[in-house]
Structures are given as structure tokens and as C-alpha cells.
Design a protein around this ligand. Structure first.
Ligand code: C5P
Length: 222
């Protein structure tokens, strides 16, 4: 059968990666979490004390960095200069800094190129903010997923509980709203629904229902 590219975009904590993982597995495609890549370079910048506000320093750092994604049983492992940082990139520290790093043109140009190479000539489900608009503009299926900010904060809260993280729900909601604002208002490829993307409101959908809807849309395009 034919393989297609599926672009899954939307604001923070909309459930994109959970759903992308399921869809990729069902179709036998690779799954690429582009947010994890921006998180990895942010972790390195924080560790090395790089000035996060400098486009030039951020770009230089990334040029000298190796980021690898590897499929694993629970989804995906993230390697930064050959070190497994899958857990470290999810810290609040990284989460709070990532949007500043991701706004730099020097960072995005390199990331987009790398992401396009990773997606070359195979079935892929890629999730992020600019996949339908910039990374894979020719993707056969583009979905823009969202849910109310209250619902997204609630989901993140439940997810954190399982990982023994106890950030209060209002704090999570404020962080998510702030990140959405920065990601939507930045100059270089802001978070935006592509013209040919299908909007999927997941506020009242379970993970299983949202994944089924995307699989149905994918099958129509195979
Ligand atoms: O998807 P996740 O929430 O892990 O993404 C973390 C951050 O990385 C986003 O808030 C955004 O600033 C940045 N990002 C981006 N473009 C992408 C994916 C993520 O700018 N394609």
C-alpha cells in the first residue's frame, strides 16, 4: 500500500504526541515528535549556560549538536549528543524555556531541514506547531488538534500524577497559555492552522476516539 505523510499540529498539551504515536503504530509508519527536538536543544542550552535570547548563539550551539530520535516500546527515545535525555527534556525547567529557544530563526532553519530529512520517502506521522505550514507543506493529511486550555491543563495534571509530579493545575494552565501565546506570536513560522488542515476539537473526545478519527481521515487518503 501507499505511504503518506501526516502532519499533526496544535497548541501545547492537546494530546498530539499520544495520538500521533497510536496512529503511526496502526499504520506502520514512523513517528516524529518535533517538540522533543526543540526541548533537547533547550536542555543543552540551559546546561551550558548559553544566552537563550541570542539567535546567533542558539544557532551555533545547534550546529554543533546531534539530536536523534529512536523508536522504543513506549514511543520514542530522545538522544542528545548520544546521551538519552528522554526524561530530562520533560522537566518544568525545559518546558518554561523552550518557546524562547524555538523562536530563533537560526534554530528553526536547521530543525526544519533535519525534520524534512527524517521524513523523506516514507510513511510518517509528525507532530509539532509548523508541520503542516512549513516542514511538510505537501503532507496528504494535515490535522490541527485543539481543546480548551482548561481541558488541556486537566489532562497534563492527570498525566503528571502518574509520573509523581504535583504542579498545581492553575500553574499548569498558566504555563500552557503562556507557551501558546509565545508560539503563536513569534515571527518565524508561528503556530497557525494550515489552510488545508482539518480542525479537530478533542475537548470531548477520548484518546481512542481522536486517534480513530485521524485513522479514518488517513485511510480516505491512502
Ligand atoms: O510539543 P511540545 O509541547 O513538546 O513542544 C515544546 C515547544 O517546542 C513548543 O511550545 C514550541 O515552542 C516548540 N515547537 C516548535 N515547533 C514545533 C514543535 C515544537 O516551535 N514543530
Amino acid at each position: 500500500t501507499k505511504s503518506i505523510q501526516i502532519a499533526l499540529d496544535g497548541p501545547a498539551a492537546a494530546g498530539k504526541s499520544t495520538i500521533a504515536k497510536i496512529v503511526a503504530e496502526q499504520l506502520g509508519y514512523i513517528y516524529i515528535d518535533t517538540g522533543a527536538m526543540y526541548r533537547a536543544i533547550t536542555l543543552k542550552a540551559l546546561n551550558e549556560g548559553i544566552d537563550l535570547s541570542s539567535n546567533e548563539e542558539a544557532g551555533k550551539l545547534l550546529a554543533d549538536t546531534e539530536i536523534d530520535l529512536q523508536p522504543s516500546e513506549n514511543g520514542q527515545l530522545v538522544f542528545l549528543d548520544n546521551k538519552d535525555v528522554t526524561e530530562d527534556i520533560r522537566s518544568q525547567h525545559v518546558t518554561k524555556a523552550v518557546s524562547e529557544m524555538a523562536a530563533h530563526e537560526s534554530v528553526r532553519t536547521q530543525m526544519v531541514k533535519l525534520q524534512q530529512q527524517l521524513a523523506e520517502e516514507r510513511g510518517v506521522v509528525m507532530d509539532g506547531r509548523d508541520i503542516g505550514t512549513d516542514v511538510l507543506p505537501a503532507a496528504k493529511l494535515k490535522v490541527f488538534m485543539s481543546a480548551t486550555v482548561e481541558e488541556r491543563a486537566r489532562r497534563r495534571f492527570e498525566e503528571n500524577k502518574k509520573r509523581s509530579i504535583h504542579t498545581p493545575i492553575d500553574e499548569l494552565q498558566a504555563e500552557i497559555a503562556k507557551r501558546d501565546k509565545m508560539d503563536s506570536e513569534r515571527e518565524v513560522s508561528p503556530l497557525r492552522q494550515a489552510e488545508d488542515a482539518i480542525f479537530l476539537d478533542t475537548t470531548f473526545l477520548t484518546i481512542r476516539e481522536a486517534a480513530a478519527e485521524i485513522l479514518r481521515l488517513a485511510e480516505e487518503r491512502l
